[in-house]
Design a protein around this ligand. Sequence first.
Ligand code: BES
Ligand code: MN
Ligand code: ZN
Length: 489
Amino acid sequence: MKLTVSPAPLAEQKKDAVIIFYQGKNALLPSDNAALKKLADERIKTSAFKGEAGQVALFPATGDIAAKQIIVAGLGEQKHFYNGLLEQAAAAAVKAGTAAGLKSFAVASAIEFDEIEEADYQLLVGRGAAWGTYSFNTYKSETKKTAEASLVFSGTVTDRSVINAAESQGIALLNTADLANLPGNDAPPEKIAEWAKAMAKENGLSCQIFGKTQLEKKGCGGILSVAQGSAQDARMIILKHAGKNKSAQPIVLVGKTITFDSGGISLKPGKGMGWMKYDKCGGMAVLAAMQMIAKMDVDVPVIGILGAAENMPGSQATRPGDIIKSYGGKTVEVLNTDAEGRLVLMDALAIAAEMKPRAIIDLATLTGAVIVALGSSAAAILGNNQNLVNELIDSGLDAGERLWPLPIFKDFTDDMKSDFADLSNLSKSGGAGTATAAAFLQEFVPENIPWAHIDIAGTAWLESAKPHQAPGATLFGARTLTQWIAQQD
Ligand code: BES
Ligand code: MN
Ligand code: ZN
């Protein structure tokens, strides 16, 4: 999506459509748009449009308005607003517009809306508009191309860099979505590694890939034990953005990248198992974030680590009861081979900790329990440092992604002890699934390194179509990570 700026008023923008956000029946437009507001208000009066979150409608424009159409998009009531709804409204407007054959859009460069700052507004609208053009067409015989569209921000813009960032973030999200939406047969760890390598080259990141032999040499018993039931070998992928402050301690982002999770010998039930192609989405969010960070040329060094493996029940597969050794030496009794994400992450986190980072943040579709707790409305965040957790929650609110905290009590750590090894990958109690998983991960991060874990199992994938997106990967987490990292120095 091409994003531009034009000082001419919205009513004079000769585009296919002008987009207007509504909070209920209230048009959010700068005050010098009286004619446009009058026309739009007239149009919605006789329609079903109520300005609810997710609602969009298209109307013909006439009279003094240069654009052909008016697209109205709802944000819902003020008391339920969060930034994600604005990004989704922009996406829904463009999605509805492109579906109707429209290609060029105009929107106000700022709106009268207490809830949001101008720069955040521009970032969310620009990035949302780009997301609204996306569709996953890789396997459709009738080739539908992602719509070539443009959006102009009408009015004064003091800082163009925000709109540039929105444009480059849109590009990163769209190209990563094409990888994230691939099924397991076409996205084995090897393919993810190749994709990461090409992306790194294009964006000036360095890229290091460990295959099976190197992982054996390093003693990464976790990721290897997950991969050993599969014909596809594991890869550990390490991307690095050097940043201008080369001597500064890096931030490390870690992503669970299970290219398909069958459960292994602890096989999952058949119903809905196809969804488990999405189990790579932690890694996908890290890839998207790394690309955004590279394009924005962030000052701080940032390292992205993807633990990529396929969890299958082949004859070499890990058996329940097997005891394995993680990178760094801790032993783990694998009581359930479906709790594989933590096994991949324990190696990746231990490697991350060796990089003397200022912080480690991991993203993972780790537990079904987080869906019980929060559904698809927020991701859970846990960690060993309240300050980091709070900062990420705040960045999430700015970036339109909701994170909700859960505790890591010592009880949960105790619950992950094994009778026969240092740790078990399954809690004894069976309760607090999301937090006991995090307690397990915490054992692989030294206490003095700030670490946060974000469980995106409920938010990484849209199961049924919404006005702002077709079913598939959301890349949840990428926006928050980028937002937070852009604020570090
Ligand atoms: N990838 C899954 C998490 C998951 C489960 C996401 C269901 C969406 C729906 C993860 O590897 C997993 O299987 N976790 C188990 C852990 C359990 C065996 C301790 C779970 O949550 O059921
Ligand atoms: Mn699993
Ligand atoms: Zn999994």
